[in-house]
Design a protein around this ligand. Structure first.
Ligand SMILES: C[S@@+](CC[C@H](N)C(=O)[O-])C[C@H]1O[C@@H](n2cnc3c(N)ncnc32)[C@H](O)[C@@H]1O
Length: 350
């Protein structure tokens, strides 16, 4: 069966790594293909297992894939025409395995997405797919039990898929308390992955907000110690609430990250979502925050440690990094954080 997962823009390679690492040696995963914001792959195992992927926003079963979509309306007709043949039994079985039961009277609705210049509109795409499924005897219905069929055209590719994940695939049960600038767990997970977690890690998020990064690290496997801090007591209370009694040893501090009460060379990994402009005030204040925080990070990080930082203030971070020539940016990913361009930096000592 052919599946796809949707991931945040810029995190496709991290998602590919997760998928390969978790399912690559099961013998069930084949032909993994990377596209913008999605991975497409064949998988012969139980799709329920794919729902545990931590980089994925949605999981789909692809009913039809058309590799040569053009601008013209004729390619639209070809895409919907392809729906005359697909293996309904396989689809039903796959849906059943993730808890979606398809009755004899198949209810469905269509979600359509379109990018690039076309001689047809998104609604045209939606309508032709609806018509093709009505012709198969399916019934249009907007209720919760209806199958969510997605019709998409991006670049040269057209896809007709069934969504297997609920709206909560990218959400996490631990996230009960929130703060305004809280990070998406899928992005937090990806940042933690880039830090190359190790069982002996002393792991620090010095501006931890609601604790998303720390919790993703805690859930990723063994560690030696988790340390979180924030200048805001509200944020720390949210972290404490989200942790509950689980995940020890850990310690949280109210502090100013520009002056960490920690010893030199005491931390293996620092992963941190730096405050963005609007939340911190004006540019000089932000520059000051980045300057002194970076110095503190460099002081407490062990010589072979890793720092993974997220910011949407690229110029400010670049300027400050340039002053610290003993730090080396090993990787920089452009990502989308709530519709805004941001960058994840992987930094080590030069
Ligand atoms: C972008 S938010 C982090 C969100 C967090 N990753 C999450 O998912 O909830 C930035 C955090 O930095 C904190 N902060 C701002 N200035 C700080 C400082 N000087 N020292 C420590 N924390 C600071 C803010 O209170 C805020 O919680």
């Amino acid at each position: 069966m052919l599946y796809s997962i949707i991931v945040s823009a810029g995190l496709e390679n991290v998602a590919r790594e997760e998928l390969s690492e978790r399912f690559g040696n099961t013998g069930h995963l084949k032909n993994l293909e990377r596209k913008p914001q999605r991975l497409i792959f064949q998988y012969t195992g139980n799709p329920r297992e794919l729902l545990s992927l931590r980089t994925a926003e949605h999981l789909f079963l692809i009913l039809k894939q058309m590799p040569k979509m053009t601008r013209s309306r004729s390619s639209l007709a070809a895409l919907s025409g392809s729906l005359t043949h697909f293996n309904f039994k396989e689809m039903s079985e796959c849906c059943r395995q993730v808890g979606i039961n398809i009755r004899k009277r198949t209810l469905f609705h269509v979600t359509s997405r379109l990018s690039g210049k076309r001689n047809f509109r998104r609604i045209d795409l939606q309508r032709v797919v609806e018509q093709a499924l009505l012709k198969r005897g399916w019934h249009l219905n907007s209720g919760r039990s209806a199958l969510d069929v997605w019709a998409e055209v991006h670049g040269n590719d057209g896809y007709i898929s069934v969504r297997l994940s609920g709206n909560d695939m990218a959400q996490r049960p631990y996230k009960q308390a929130h703060i305004p600038a809280s990070l998406k767990p899928t992005v937090a997970y990806s940042m933690v992955r880039l830090s190359r977690p190790h069982p002996t890690d002393v792991f620090l998020d010095a501006m931890c907000g609601a604790g998303t990064i720390l919790l993703e690290r805690a859930l990723m496997g063994r560690y030696d110690y988790l340390i979180g801090g924030d200048v805001s007591m509200d944020a720390l209370n949210a972290t404490v609430a989200n942790f509950g009694r689980k995940h020890r040893p850990r310690q949280f501090f109210q502090w100013d990250a520009r002056k960490l009460p920690m010893q030199q060379d005491s931390v293996d990994k620092i992963v941190c979502n730096l405050p963005f402009g609007e939340t911190i005030g004006n540019l000089p204040q932000l520059t000051n925050l980045y300057r002194y925080t970076l110095r503190e990070f460099a002081r407490v990080l062990k010589p072979r440690g890793r720092m993974v930082l997220l910011t949407s203030q690229r110029t400010t971070l670049d300027d400050e990094l340039e002053r610290l020539h003993f730090l080396d940016v090993r990787q920089r990913l452009t990502v989308d954080v709530r519709g805004k361009k941001a960058w994840i930096y992987l930094i080590r000592f030069a």
